[in-house]
Design a protein around this ligand. Structure first.
Ligand SMILES: [Zn+2]
Ligand SMILES: [Zn+2]
Length: 333
C-alpha cells in the first residue's frame, strides 16, 4: 500500500507522535511506499499558528525555529529513506508546500532547489484564503468567508486562483487535498444562487443540497483550468483520507471534482493518509478503497517509486492489482 503525504510531532507543532513511531507503524503495516512530507517553514509571522507563537516577543525566534525544524526533518527523513527495514517499505522524502501567498510559493521553489539532493518531490497545498487558515478551526474559516465579502463564490475562486498560482510556479508532482475548503464549510450555509452571497432569503439554497463546483461557471472553469494544468506537466492528484478521519463523508477531493479530474486530467490519482500520528497511518483506507473502486470506478491507481540511482518514477497499478493488495484485510488495529 502507499501513502504520499505524512507528518510527525517531531517537526510540526500540530503533529502528535515522533517520526520514528509513525515510520515504525508504516513498516508494521507493510506499506510498500510511505512518503515523509513535512510542511515547509513559513517565513512570515502573520502565518504562524497560535501554538507556534506562544511568546509574541519572540516571533523571530519562532520563524527561526521553523527553519531549524525543517532542516532537522530533512536530515532525519533522509536517514530513514536510506535505512533498510524489515518490511522493505520504501520511504521517500518530500515536502508539503505552504501555498500561503506568492512569497511562500516562491520560497517553496527556492527551498526545493536548494535541497534537491534530499527533497525528491513536493505535495502542493493551499491552506489559506486571503491570508487566513481555512483548515485550523471554524472561526478561521468564517473569517476567511468574511474576508471574501461573505460570498462563497468569491471564497472558492480565491482558493482555486491561489492554487493555480502554486501549480504554475511549482508544478507539484502530487497535488495535496484539492478541495480543502470543504472541511469547515457549514452544511447549513445558505447562499444566493446568482451571486454566491450568504443569504437567508427564501430563494437561497443550502450548500449541502448542491454540487458546489457546478453552481457558478467561474468556479467550474477555474477547477477545469487547474486540472488541465496538472495534466499538462504530468502531476498527480492525491486521494487524501484525512477528510474521512475528520468525519467528512468523502476524502479530498470529493466526487464532483474527481469526476471532472477523470475528464480533464485523466486517472492520475495516488493515495495518501496525511498522517500526523501513529493511529493515522493508513487510516480510513478501507473507506477509500470503496470510494476508489465503487464511487469513482477508477481503472488504475498510481504510486511513486525511488530507483536505486535515486530517480523518482511514477508507477501505474491496474485497479484489480490495487484491490487484491495484501494490505486489505491485514492488521487494522
Ligand atoms: Zn496540508
Ligand atoms: Zn499535510
Amino acid at each position: 500500500m502507499h501513502s504520499h503525504h505524512s507528518h510527525s510531532g517531531d517537526y510540526v507543532a500540530h503533529g502528535v507522535d515522533p517520526l520514528e513511531d509513525v515510520v515504525a507503524r508504516a513498516i508494521e503495516r507493510k506499506f510498500h511506499t510511505y512518503c515523509l512530507t513535512e510542511h515547509m517553514p513559513r517565513i512570515n509571522m502573520k502565518f504562524l499558528y497560535p501554538e507556534e507563537r506562544e511568546d509574541t516577543a519572540q516571533q523571530e525566534t519562532a520563524i527561526q525555529r521553523l527553519q531549524e525544524n525543517f532542516l532537522n526533518f530533512l536530515r532525519h527523513a533522509k536517514t530513514i529513506q536510506d535505512r533498510p527495514n524489515a518490511s522493505n517499505t520504501k520511504f521517500i522524502v518530500g515536502i508539503e508546500i505552504e501555498g500561503c501567498d506568492i512569497e511562500h510559493i516562491s520560497y517553496g521553489k527556492e527551498l526545493i532547489s536548494k535541497h534537491s539532493d534530499v527533497i525528491k518531490f513536493c505535495v502542493g497545498s493551499v491552506h489559506h484564503i486571503r491570508d487566513i487558515p481555512i483548515d485550523f478551526d471554524q472561526q478561521g474559516w468564517n473569517q476567511a468567508l468574511m474576508a471574501c465579502n461573505n460570498n462563497l463564490q468569491t471564497l472558492l475562486l480565491s482558493y482555486f486562483n491561489l492554487q493555480y498560482k502554486m501549480l504554475t510556479v511549482l508544478k507539484p508532482l502530487v497535488v495535496g487535498h484539492f478541495d480543502l475548503y470543504k472541511l469547515y464549510l457549514p452544511p447549513t450555509l445558505k447562499v444566493n444562487l446568482d451571486t454566491g452571497d450568504v443569504s437567508d432569503e427564501p430563494t437561497a439554497i443550502s450548500v449541502s443540497e448542491v454540487q458546489l463546483i457546478h453552481l457558478w461557471d467561474s468556479v467550474h472553469q477555474a477547477v477545469i483550468r487547474n486540472l488541465q494544468f496538472i495534466k499538462s506537466y504530468g502531476g498527480l492528484i492525491e486521494i487524501n483520507t484525512s477528510a474521512l478521519r475528520k468525519k467528512q463523508s468523502e476524502p479530498y477531493p470529493g466526487k464532483d471534482i474527481c469526476q471532472l479530474a477523470k475528464v480533464h486530467c485523466g486517472d492520475r490519482f495516488v493515495l495518501s493518509d496525511d498522517a500526523h500520528a501513529v493511529t493515522q497511518v493508513g487510516v480510513c483506507y478501507e473507506q477509500a478503497l470503496k470510494y476508489i473502486t465503487q464511487t469513482l470506478q477508477l481503472t488504475q491507481m498510481h504510486y511513486l517509486e525511488l530507483t536505486t540511482q535515486g530517480d523518482l518514477l511514477i508507477k501505474t497499478l491496474p485497479i484489480e492489482q490495487f484491490k487484491s493488495n495484501e494490505f486489505w484485510g491485514s492488521d487494522r488495529s
